[in-house]
Ligand binder design. Structure first.
Ligand SMILES: Nc1ncnc2c1ncn2[C@@H]1O[C@H](COP(=O)(O)OP(=O)(O)OP(=O)(O)O)[C@@H](O)[C@H]1O
Ligand SMILES: [Mg+2]
Length: 319
């Protein structure tokens, strides 16, 4: 992962002003002077919010969102898509916190971070009452932060069992810091356990990646049944649930049939955007580089952009 920089042209597009206006306002001292590299002005995504404020424009998001990628079925793309989505939001200027809820630490690795390079995870927060600020890591992107995971997180399930308010500990830990982020994105493991329950209760939106096969379809049924019991037990309901097809290949008959079944039974939740099968997504994930940096012009990146447009319809995007 690398720090994203923008040219004056792209940066002005992200601010929804013309390049001429940007340069004029800089010349007149109404906007800060940009950094210059090799004679060219460069701009950073983490400055977008401050610029919008000076320009008197609406912030990037008016309502902060906390989102979890969850499916009890394994290998549906929770990790790769949540990582690339969150990274892309940061590229577009949002303050983003990613939380790796899986002791396998795949999300952490998907961002190119060595699982041996940190010694605190959510375990320290949820079980040992460490301050959540102490487990938030910086990344190469200034406006993308990460709560990483590695195998040190695995005893958390057992340790939570004997604790008070064991289902609400993450929600409570986040309460003091969540306003600093436009979006908090969590990547869950494919299991039904206390850690994932903590993740669910700390979020207000759910993303469910599904593969176009009938096992995934069955998995959805289990997921919705589980959500119904959570709703009853904790009086908790997501503001939004988004199901999306991942690894989609329109030339496969089974994909078309699974899509039709989803449209029939889950139409209220199904996203228009599908993430198509793209080997670059798998390559980028395995190399620890976000798809929009690894292959920005590929269909994987284009699908992530469409996905973001569907979730944040007013967000300016540059390619
Ligand atoms: N759209 C796609 N095109 C091609 N490969 C993909 C796509 N989405 C995910 N993959 C690949 O599929 C595999 C599983 O994806 P990923 O690890 O993100 O799933 P997961 O739901 O997080 O799995 P787990 O349940 O084990 O946590 C990975 O190798 C990933 O790179
Ligand atoms: Mg995963």
């Amino acid at each position: 992962m690398e720090q994203q920089v923008y040219t004056a042209k792209d940066f002005s597009t992200l601010l929804d002003i013309t390049k001429a206006t940007l340069l004029k306002m800089e010349a007149e001292g109404e906007l800060p002077q940009p950094r210059v590299n090799d004679g060219a002005r460069i701009y950073f995504p983490h400055d977008i919010s401050a610029y919008l404020q000076i320009l008197g424009k609406e912030p990037l998001v008016t309502q902060k969102r906390r989102q979890i990628f969850l499916n009890f079925k394994g290998g549906t793309g929770k990790t790769s898509i949540s990582a690339f989505y969150a990274f892309r939001l940061a590229q577009l200027g949002m303050q983003v916190l990613l939380i790796d809820l899986d002791p396998q630490g795949h999300l952490t690795q998907c961002l190119g971070i060595d699982p041996d390079s940190f010694d605190a995870t959510l375990y320290n927060v949820l079980i040992e009452r460490a301050d959540i600020r102490d487990v938030i890591m910086d990344t190469e992107m200034k406006n993308l932060k990460l709560i990483p995971a590695n195998l040190d997180l695995s005893p958390v399930e057992l340790a939570l069992t004997s604790m008070n308010a064991r289902e609400q500990r993450l929600r409570k830990s986040l309460a003091g810091i969540q306003d600093a982020y436009d979006v908090i994105v969590m990547d869950a493991s494919p299991s039904i356990g206390l850690l994932n329950l903590n993740g669910i209760l700390a979020c207000n939106e759910l993303f469910v990646p599904v593969l176009a096969d009938f096992l995934s379809y069955h998995g959805l049924k289990i997921l919705f049944e589980t959500l119904a019991t959570i709703e009853e037990d904790f009086d908790f309901i997501f503001d939004n649930i988004y199901i999306f097809l991942n690894n989609y290949n329109a030339s496969h008959n089974i994909c078309l049939r699974a899509k039709e079944a989803l449209e029939e039974h889950y139409s209220g939740y199904l996203m228009k955007t599908m993430i198509r099968q793209d080997v670059k997504i798998a390559e980028a994930a395995s190399m620890g580089v976000p798809i929009t940096q690894y292959a920005p012009k590929n269909r994987g990146s284009s699908d992530i952009n469409d996905f973001i447009k569907e979730i944040f319809p007013n967000l300016p995007i540059v390619f």
